[in-house]
Ligand binder design. Structure first.
Ligand SMILES: [Zn+2]
Ligand SMILES: [Zn+2]
Length: 278
């Protein structure tokens, strides 16, 4: 008897993933482009289940997704590289990704980056608890929508979301209330000649950035001696508070108030900190 082969599925009109885009952000845009229910797309791409969607979009599964969508091997390559590195340091890496209370991928965002992206999307580094600062715009990332306080989470059925039902389909809007996230005044760290964060805080922000560089450039390995030393260093760094400790550490709404305090008193603890360090 002849073996029945499954017809090969191929999707068209695929949104091009952003260079740094997270899989869960792109899947949301993909479902919208296909006019499909998000669940149908997840089922088609064999991504159903409770596991972290971004962590699952690696290796053979991602290769199959690229084939179905007609994407070349560079699509979502940075997402894959960072997620694969994270798997390698699972001992310490498990807690690095932000999640909502219902364990969905959670993201912070830089309003200015969102306003410059064409089309707006959410990069994978915005999922990292340690990535608290946008070095391009020297501002803190926002934790949630300032209007409805809903966390930003993917994947989302954009068409069925509140913003989608209002006729907004772009990710520069909060999908829970429709507010433009790219029009929020960023929490800039340099205001009127003084820095809103202490040098110690800045060091922790820099370490968060270095963590992502480590994951991307893979200066560690789990097999070799040097690799073990690197992992131990990460653990040590974490233990000594060298990485942003929790999601709401240095929340922008608190740092924004520092500007007011600075104006009122003329001198505030963070510029004392700065001058003491010099
Ligand atoms: Zn930015
Ligand atoms: Zn909102």
């Amino acid at each position: 008897m002849r073996k029945q082969t499954q017809p090969k599925v191929r999707l068209f009109n695929i949104p091009k993933p952003g260079l740094f885009e997270a899989g869960s952000s792109w899947i949301s845009r993909l479902a919208l482009s296909q006019g499909a229910d998000l669940r149908e797309i997840l089922k088609l791409l064999k991504l159903t289940g409770r596991h972290d969607l971004d962590r699952r979009m690696c290796g053979p599964r991602l290769t199959a997704i690229r084939r179905i969508c007609g994407l070349d091997s560079s699509a979502l390559a940075i997402h894959e590289r960072v997620m694969t590195s994270l798997q390698r340091i699972h001992r310490v890496g498990a807690n690095y990704l932000a999640e909502t209370a219902s364990r969905q991928p959670r993201f912070r965002f830089c309003p200015q980056c969102l306003s410059e992206m064409r089309p707006p999307h959410f990069p994978i580094h915005w999922r990292f608890i340690a990535w608290r600062w946008c070095p391009m715009h020297d501002c803190l990332l926002e934790d949630a929508c300032p209007n409805c306080h809903h966390p930003i989470s993917f994947p989302v059925d954009i068409a069925a979301s509140k913003a989608g039902r209002m006729g907004y389909a772009m990710l520069n809007r909060c999908l829970s209330c429709g507010m433009r996230l790219d029009r929020i005044e960023p929490c800039y760290l340099q205001i009127n000649g003084f820095r809103r964060v202490s040098s110690l805080e800045q060091m922790v922000l820099n370490n968060g950035r270095a963590l992502l560089a480590t994951l991307y450039f893979r200066r560690f390995s789990i097999d070799g001696r040097i690799g073990h030393a690197q992992i131990a260093r990460l653990e040590e760094l974490e233990r000594h508070g060298g990485l942003p400790p929790q999601f709401d550490w240095l929340a922008p709404e608190k740092v924004r108030l520092r500007k007011l305090a600075g104006k009122q008193s003329g001198l505030s603890h963070w510029n004392v900190f700065m001058s003491a360090d010099k």
